[in-house]
Structures are given as structure tokens and as C-alpha cells.
Design a protein around this ligand. Sequence first.
Ligand SMILES: Cc1cc2nc3c(=O)[nH]c(=O)nc-3n(C[C@H](O)[C@H](O)[C@H](O)COP(=O)(O)OP(=O)(O)OC[C@H]3O[C@@H](n4cnc5c(N)ncnc54)[C@H](O)[C@@H]3O)c2cc1C
Length: 387
Amino acid sequence: MGNKFDAIILGAGAAGLMCAIEAGKRGRRVAVLERADRAGKKILISGGGRCNFTNLHCLPENFHSANPHFAKSALARFEPSDFIALVEKHNIPYHEKSLGQLFCDRRARDILEMLETECRAEGVQMFLNSKIQGIRHADGFTVFTGSGYFHAPALVVATGGLSIPKIGATSLGYDIARQFGLKIREPRPALVPLILGTIDHAQYCDLAGVSAEVEVSTDGVKFREKMLITHRGLSGPAILQISSYWKEHSPIRIDLAPGRDFTMAIREARERNMSSARSALQGILPKRLATRWLDLHVPKTWANPALDKLEGAIHEWVIEPVGTEGYEKAEVTAGGVDTDELSSKTMQSRRVPGLFFIGEVVDVTGQLGGFNFQWAWASGAAAGRVL
Ligand SMILES: Cc1cc2nc3c(=O)[nH]c(=O)nc-3n(C[C@H](O)[C@H](O)[C@H](O)COP(=O)(O)OP(=O)(O)OC[C@H]3O[C@@H](n4cnc5c(N)ncnc54)[C@H](O)[C@@H]3O)c2cc1C
């Protein structure tokens, strides 16, 4: 089989499908080569099965990258409202959950079916179960697969990151970048639960399932959201968010009572003792966590200086995680193709004309809350509009 196209897109995920639609709209003959037996598997499992497809308050500050300015151009030219217009055109019911996060009312499959319908309407050809064996670059790009070769003057790499290998993540995107001599920022798991060291584990992990609203910080970055204790460490939105900024062997600070003065109730109590301390803290934290935390932080006296210390400790619980739950549990991969290698307007390689990288394979990572899909749509559209 020999197939000539205007553009070949590797990967039928969020970014690849959006890119295909935009290129198809401009009359380009597009082939999408996908390794799995169906497109968009990650879309299907996203947002707990409801796909948090964008965020109304999407700002460049919601993304991290070695170059924090890189994402601005693509994000400005394909905004959340552009994606919402598509969702509304397809009559997909959705709602705002919190903090601008938009989710499907029914199921994530609505979003995938919408993208597939748009692809079909634009004549995009999809080749599932494609095993990519190699790429040759001479007079355009030739992609060799188990079932034949494909040729086009443009090649778009949209193969995503390394997270969730069991649904088909591969390193192909990074391998292609290396083949063409492009720099890569070391990939690492992000939006991922953290593992506690032996002592913290022994002290807290039997409370698995307990959650509390906290403020976590590391390296000058802060999030105030829910934290969940797990069998191996900590998770929940606050921890997933901070995990993307956490560097190995560095501490994380957790304020267990943000904005609250818990010792005031002890100071005003008829008697200052463990019982008044417990009831004060149980007004702020779940009972089991409050009790445990106090048992591990019994003040030496009940005088004001000791209470000041106790107050300080609740606002600054310092932990040093020993690692993350890795790509098996990570929602995204941080790092990736260095943005210095790419045009921020088109996602095209500066060194290799005709070669594009979009979506998660690029060193742009969104925070939790629909930002990663917004980056996939925006970077996909940026490339699709110039193919
Ligand atoms: C459990 C989970 C839940 C998530 N929920 C959300 C959410 O609600 N909101 C949000 O914004 N983000 C969410 N994310 C993140 C989001 O899914 C990704 O950031 C986004 O899908 C990235 O899009 P992409 O197109 O770059 O990569 P992907 O969507 O991962 O697509 C890459 C495609 O390339 C294919 N591929 C890989 N290797 C090869 C190969 N060798 N040959 C051919 N094809 C290949 C893959 O099979 C896949 O179809 C979630 C992630 C996970 C894991």
C-alpha cells in the first residue's frame, strides 16, 4: 500500500484529532496513524469518565514549561470559547463543576464522538492498529508501518506522553524528536500521587481515605484544595497539583488549617488540655486526622508560647516525599520536546521544516482542571491551520 497525503498525523488523541479537523477544513488530505484499536482512549477515561474538556479561566499561568511564554500564542488563538462552540454545535450537555472546570453531563464519549464526527466530515482518513516501524525524511516524510507506507510533505507528532502505559502510551514522540536531533526536557510524571517516607507512612497512612482542605506549597508555588491520605502517601487535587512542581529530595509544606486560628479555642477554653485541643482541631480537620495529628504533636505545656508553637506546626507540616506513584498513575507527563525547538505560532520544528509536535509530547504541562485538554486543542489547532 502506498499512500500520498498532504499531512500525516501520528496519534489519534486529543491534539491529533483537533489538528486533523483543522487541516481537513482547509481541504488538506490528512492521514491519522494510531497504534491502538480505537482513537482517543485517554479522552474516554478522562475526568472520571466525564472529561473535563476545558477551563473557563484558562491563563498562561496555568501551564508550566521551561519557557513559560511559549504556550501564550497558541492559547490565545484557540480559546476555551472556541472549543465550547464546537461542543454546543454538537448539542453535548455540559456543566461547570467548580473553578471554571467544564465537564460533560453524560460521558466523555460525547467528546470523542464529536471529534470523530468532525474528522469524518472533513474527509480525514484514520488508520487504526498502525505499528510505526520507521520514518524517512527525504523529499517529505515517509512513515513505514506494518501495513504499508505513507508519504506527505508534513508530519505531525501527536503521540502524547508516557502516562498510563496500559492504555498505549509509548515513547515514539520523544524517539522521533531524538532522530531529528531536537532537544528534550527530561520527561517526568506529573499530576501524580506522592509516596511518603517510612516514618510519615507509619504515622499517617492507616488513615487512608481521610481528606481535608489544605494549602500545599513547594518552591514558591501554592495550591489550596483537597488532600487525600492514601495507603502509600498523599493524593487529592492539592497534592496532584503540587506534584507537578515538586523536585526530588525537596520538601513540601502543608498548611492543615489554612486561614484558621485553631489554638484560639484552646486559649479561650475553661481548661487548656488535650481534650480542649482535640475539640478545637476537630472543628477544622476530620476527626481521625485531628486526633492523630495532636497525638503526634503533644505540646510540652499549655502556656501561650507552647500554643504559639502548636499553631505554627499545624500551618507548616513539612514532609519530604520519597517519590511519586510514577507513570502508572500520573495524569500527565511533564517535560518533553524543548519549546526552543518549535515555533510557538505553528508548533513547527525550527530545524526541520514540515515536522510538527503538538499536545502533551511538548514541554508544556497544564495544571489540573481541564488545562491539559485546552493545550491539546490549542496546539493541535495551531498546527492544523498551517498544514
Ligand atoms: C486518567 C486521566 C484523566 C485525565 N483527565 C483529564 C481531564 O479531565 N482534563 C484534562 O484537561 N486532561 C486530562 N487528562 C490529561 C489529558 O488526557 C492529556 O493531557 C491529553 O489527552 C493529551 O493529549 P495528546 O493528544 O497530546 O495525547 P493523548 O491523548 O495521550 O494521545 C496520544 C495518542 O497517540 C497514540 N500513540 C502513542 N504512541 C503511538 C505510537 N507509537 N504509534 C501510533 N500512535 C501512538 C496513543 O494511543 C494516543 O491515542 C487526563 C489524563 C489521564 C491519564
